[in-house]
Design a protein around this ligand. Structure first.
Ligand code: ADP
Ligand code: MG
Length: 716
């Protein structure tokens, strides 16, 4: 194993760290680098074996000094002729190194006495770095170097460079990986015929990637197309497919209440009372959902439909079937504003039909909350609407039949896990022997998730493989398409004139600002200042302000004024992003549009164009735009189709960010790239069911090898 030493790293690394022992228990006191390794999740041998190099350096050959050209990165070996400390400009160690062909200067700006010792006159030294044609001839600044003898062999493999942290020197990590690779149980698990032809066994693949032979061009490895890489990606995708299939199979063994609509029952009465006809797409998804909840296995379905496609009424109908069958329904929304809007809408539809609805949010506390919780526990409240306060510990449902999660992608991974746990807890909750929920012990509620951000096909086939999907692919009739325009911030006055025009016509306007008082250093026009500016520019117009730091009662009051049409212009941060429904709003202005994600822009734009009037969305930007910023704004102008938007979003951002995985700090796929590796994904999808059927133990072992520490995330 070569040990290239970067002098800058030596400060942190103890010169002779003992080789890392296998870490059995976290309680063992770890050295600095071992702790850093633990923090990076490199705990088991297999974790280290799967920690792959980002790139490689070639230390397998030496170049004669005389052949070096300015800009080359090269390794040389020579004898130190002179080693002196210079103090003229900046204090530095200057070393003159000579081989048979010529001389080279090494310059070290940070150095320690140990370096001077290594570089003492007469020492043979191997150095690697970038060559510069300096004033005094060729030189290397801050090369990696080490003392050798004329007989020290050159490494036979390329030297890997691993993703690491400041506390974890490459030398330490290389040793740790090499010894873990030798120990890790990497025997072939997959039976013949499962691995796509041409891909090497896993052990060979890893061996090659950690220690590539010197004649291999590192570039063929670095672009991740090499068969060794393909093998890893395939194994990873297969593990993901298997774990999804396992989750699906596990769910099929659970029982759920059978919820069937009765003739002239609640659902039929709701349908008859609606002020509009369902679209064909709405009828189709209602049929899909009612078929699911009419079965004794828990539904696990995603309802996706573009903004404004009418998902709420579909949810209401599913809720009506549930309640008509004598069970409770919970509807959870990511924000209080949205939850409140659902609450009003559903109460408006269902209260005339005799349904009692409970309202639970974080801001409802004390007595009021206790009363609601009691209604939920007694079963008096048939419908429970709220934010994630709905799944707090003290909320116990008498008979929860259906849980609906709106805008499910807005909930974090942790909240989705909590919901899962809550639903599961309901099933085997024996803690309150006399609670009515006990009689239903063993039954899981059905789960319906809703999202306006459609899942691209590749993601649907991978992360969401165990999810059934219903799609509303049609908007209610009578909508006029939204025209989207992009303006530089300099056109602000023209935009304000346009607002005046809309208000005169009796229409309403949103103005969205990205952040509120987030940081004094960031040059953002905050919502408060914009509110003042617009109020001054539009005398006689009621201008409201809505932002995340307001109390929820204040927010509700502002929303009520806007919904009632009394407030004409609403300046808001992204709190209005999801679900808000005011059909009279016809103009949406988004300031600093370049700072929003594409899905977010599409959601915001969806707040207008909800009525019959032609609507406009204005995207204001402050230049210069980045390439991705430009691509996003262009996509917004070019398409209104949520599916197309999602596809482009995936192109621009990549699936990791799409999933919100960035936020959770844990990318779900480490090696495979869904956009690039769809062929491998297809192969993994084909193999997974067969493996589960014919070799269940192998399937379990494979999942264990790959996903042991990630299983929680994949379940979400
Ligand atoms: P989203 O899918 O974005 O949640 P909503 O459920 O908020 O959409 O519906 C958007 C608007 O369209 C609401 O005002 C809703 O009452 C109305 N709507 C829903 N379905 C229909 C329909 N079939 N015909 C006419 N209007 C409808
Ligand atoms: Mg909605």
């Amino acid at each position: 194993m070569p040990t290239a030493r970067a002098p800058a790293d030596d400060r942190k690394a103890p010169p002779e760290t003992p080789g890392p022992a296998p870490l059995r228990a976290a309680a063992v006191k770890l050295s600095g680098p071992a702790r850093a390794m633990h923090k990076l999740g490199l705990r088991r041998d297999i974790d280290l074996a799967l920690h792959l190099p980002m790139r490689y350096v070639d230390e397998t050959r030496l170049r004669p000094i005389a052949n070096l050209r300015d800009g080359d990165t090269a390794q040389v070996q020579g004898v130190v002729q002179e080693c002196r400390i210079e103090t003229r400009s900046r204090r530095q160690l200057v070393v003159r190194l000579a081989d048979d062909s010529g001389e080279l200067l090494l310059r070290l700006l940070h150095f320690y006495p140990s370096h001077q010792k290594t570089l003492a006159v007469g020492q043979t030294v191997r150095a690697r770095g970038e060559v510069r044609g300096g004033f005094l001839g060729r030189e290397m600044v801050h090369p990696e170097f080490r003392a050798v003898t004329a007989e020290t062999p050159l490494p036979q493999a390329l030297t890997p460079v691993y993703p690491s942290s400041a506390q974890l020197p490459q030398t330490y990590l290389r040793k740790a990986v090499a010894s873990a690779l030798a120990r890790a149980p990497l025997h072939e698990l997959l039976p013949p015929g499962t691995v796509p032809p041409g891909l090497p066994p896993l052990r060979d693949a890893l061996q090659l990637l950690h220690q590539p032979p010197r004649d291999l061009d590192p570039e063929t490895l670095e672009d991740h197309h090499h068969p060794a890489w393909q093998r890893l990606k395939f194994d990873e995708l297969l593990a993901q497919q298997l774990s999804q299939a396992q989750a699906q199979a596990a769910r099929a063994t659970l029982s759920a209440p059978v919820l069937r609509a009765v003739p002239r029952g609640l659902a039929a009465r709701l349908r008859a009372a609606l002020p509009f006809q369902l679209t064909a797409a709405q009828q189709r998804v209602v049929a899909e959902i009612t078929a699911d909840i009419g079965r004794a296995q828990p539904m696990h379905r995603l309802l996706q439909g573009d903004v404004g496609s009418g998902k709420t009424v579909v949810a209401a109908l599913a809720a009506a079937v549930t309640m008509g069958a004598g069970w409770q329904c919970a509807l959870m929304a990511p924000t209080e504003i949205l939850a409140e809007q659902h609450f009003r809408k559903l109460v408006g539809w269902l209260e005339p039909l005799g349904i009692t609805t409970a309202w639970l949010t974080g801001s409802r506390k004390g007595r009021a909350r206790q009363a609601m919780v009691a209604q939920v526990a007694s079963g008096e409240a048939k419908l429970v609407v709220g934010t994630h306060a709905v799944i707090q510990d003290d909320v116990v449902f008498a008979r929860l039949g259906l849980a609906i999660v709106d805008e499910q992608h807005r909930f974090g991974v942790a909240q989705r896990l909590a919901l899962r746990a809550k639903l599961g807890a309901h099933a085997d909750d024996g803690a309150i022997p006399d609670a009515p929920s006990n009689e239903d012990r063993g039954l899981e509620p059905h789960l319906l998730m809703m999202s306006a951000t459609p899942i691209p096909r590749t993601l649907a086939m991978s992360y969401y493989a165990d999810l059934d999907v219903s799609t509303i692919d049609e908007l209610p009739p009578g909508r006029t398409p939204i025209v989207t325009k992009v303006f530089a911030d300099g056109k602000r006055d023209a935009v304000i004139a346009r607002i005046r025009g809309e208000v005169l016509l009796g229409r309403q306007v949103y103005w969205v600002c990205p952040l509120v008082e987030e940081s004094e250093h960031i040059d953002l026009q905050n919502a408060t200042a914009t509110h003042a500016e617009l109020s001054a520019a539009l005398p006689g117009t009621v201008v409201g302000l809505l932002h995340g730091r307001m109390k929820s009662a204040e927010k509700a009051a502002v929303m009520a004024l806007f919904t009632a049409g009394e407030m004409k212009l609403l300046v808001a941060t992204t709190v209005i992003e999801v679900g808000v429904d005011v059909p009279n709003a016809s103009l949406m202005v988004i300031e600093h549009a370049e700072r929003f994600g594409l899905a977010q822009l599409h959601q915001l734009r969806g707040r207008v164009g909800r009525g019959a009037v032609a609507s406009v969305c204005v995207l204001l930007y402050s230049g210069p735009l980045s390439a991705t910023g430009k691509a996003r704004l262009k996509a917004m102008v070019e398409t209104h189709d949520g599916f197309e938007i999602a596809r482009r979003d995936l192109d621009i951002r990549g699936p990791g960010e799409f999933m919100g995985a960035r936020q959770s700090g844990d990318a779900l796929l480490r090696f495979a790239d869904l956009a690039e590796d769809s062929a491998l994904l297809q192969q993994a999808r084909a193999v997974a069911p067969r493996l589960l059927r014919e070799h269940p133990a192998v399937a379990a072992a494979h999942v264990q090898r790959w996903l042991a520490s990630r299983a929680e995330f994949l379940k979400a």
